[in-house]
Design a protein around this ligand. Structure first.
Ligand SMILES: [Zn+2]
Length: 396
């Protein structure tokens, strides 16, 4: 007698999926009735599996006729299909079209204020993707899927943005489902920091490494953890929220509701507030702070160096726990280069166990503003491969 636990149910479902994929792959194309006969599964089970694998882009379902009757022919989607990577940022939208061999065929980026209306942002994203495909003269049927990086933690259970989202109006909405309905293509979402880390892992500063920490230092502060060659999401998708480690119990109240989080110390807004008022009366931006630091302004350099030290202390805790080989620093603050990275390295050296510290290197990200959109492409590839039952083989 089998014990009816959720674990055994999902193991059974996966085993059935593999049988169906194997049958279709062996035959090239089958009707659902033929799949049921070949696999011995019930028609209802086959129908469910085909619907599921179609929605994630593994199967193509096209009309055919069988014995004079209309039927649906099921085949594997071409592995050579195109993938669209999208980043919905707080202040910009970016979309790029990628071939199966990772050539970027077309790219669009527009400044856009995503905060006022979720509905308008979704419409704008739909428009941007459609424009991209039209300009590249690509038919939707040759697109295997769309990956989207979003500015907020994604609940892997619901697919919705969870608090504390930088776009409060987006909280609770299952963005992947909304966009898939509009674009009539499979859509996969993750938070933008995880997407950027995946981008660096596949295309950038993380190539060839299977254990790494990626940091995004901009207006917000986030991290992504790569363990065993893949993003570690945690139980529900919220791993890596380094910006909300408490570093000063008496510090400022954070947008998450706690007090003295790392983000209240090294987030972009907190850094520029440290500067003396400009003679022009204009509040400096993070961009001008970094430019001034690079140009030699001592006050700006001190702000960047102290931020590096605070970040290094927080990352040292992660290094002691996770023993990564590489720490990759991305986000706008990384433009400060060694003015930021050297204090991070010094703090890491001081506060990490010597055997771990000797192993880890701290390097800048390589992909700049495109990291999350490129990573969103890799996200789709990985989800499709997993849905098709492929054995993970991400690194090396
Ligand atoms: Zn916080």
């Amino acid at each position: 007698m089998t014990v009816d636990t959720p674990g055994s149910q999902s193991a059974l479902r996966e085993a059935n999926q593999r049988r169906v994929i194997h049958a279709v792959r062996s035959a090239g194309a089958l009707t659902q009735a033929e799949i049921a006969r070949t696999t011995g599964l019930s028609a209802a089970t086959v129908s469910n599996i085909v619907r599921e694998l179609r929605s994630v882009g593994t199967f193509l379902v096209t009309p055919t006729s069988s014995g004079g009757r209309r039927a649906q022919s099921v085949s594997l989607a071409r592995a050579t299909g195109l993938i669209v990577g999208v980043e919905i940022g707080v202040a910009r939208l970016r979309a790029l079209l990628c071939s199966h061999d990772h050539e970027v065929l077309a790219e669009e980026c527009i400044p856009y204020d995503a905060a006022p209306s979720l509905e308008r942002s979704l419409r704008r994203t739909e428009w941007l993707v459609s424009t991209l495909l039209r300009q590249a003269r690509v038919d939707r049927s040759s697109v295997r899927g769309i990956g989207v990086g979003l500015p907020g933690p994604i609940d892997t259970g619901t697919g919705a943005i969870a608090p504390p989202a930088r776009l409060a109006a987006w909280q609770g909405t299952p963005i992947a489902v909304e966009l898939a309905d509009r674009l009539e293509l499979p859509v996969h979402v993750d938070n933008d920091v995880n997407a950027a880390a995946l981008g660096e892992l596949v295309w950038g500063a993380g190539r060839g490494v299977s254990e790494l920490v990626y940091l995004n230092l901009s207006a917000g502060v986030g991290a992504a953890l790569v363990l065993g060659g893949d993003i570690y999401t945690g139980a529900a998708g919220f791993a890596g929220e380094i910006g909300h480690l408490t570093v000063d119990e008496q510090g400022r109240i954070c947008r998450c509701g706690n007090r003295g989080c790392l983000e209240t110390v090294v987030g972009g807004a907190s850094l520029v507030e440290l500067l003396p008022p400009a003679r022009s009366g204009v509040v400096p931006s993070l961009t001008t702070l970094i430019e001034d630091a690079r140009a030699g302004d001592l006050g700006s350099r001190r702000v960047v160096a102290d931020a590096g030290r605070a970040v290094g202390a927080a990352v040292a805790m992660l290094c002691n726990v996770l023993n990564p080989r590489r720490v990759i620093i991305g986000g706008e603050l990384a433009d400060a280069g060694d003015l930021l990275l050297n204090p991070v390295r010094e703090a890491l050296d001081r506060q990490t166990m010597p055997s771990s510290a000797a192993l880890v290197e701290v390097i800048p990200a390589e992909l700049g503003e495109r990291a999350a959109a490129l990573g969103a492409v890799a996200l789709v590839e990985r989800r499709l491969a997993r849905a098709a039952g492929a054995v993970p083989h991400w690194h090396g």
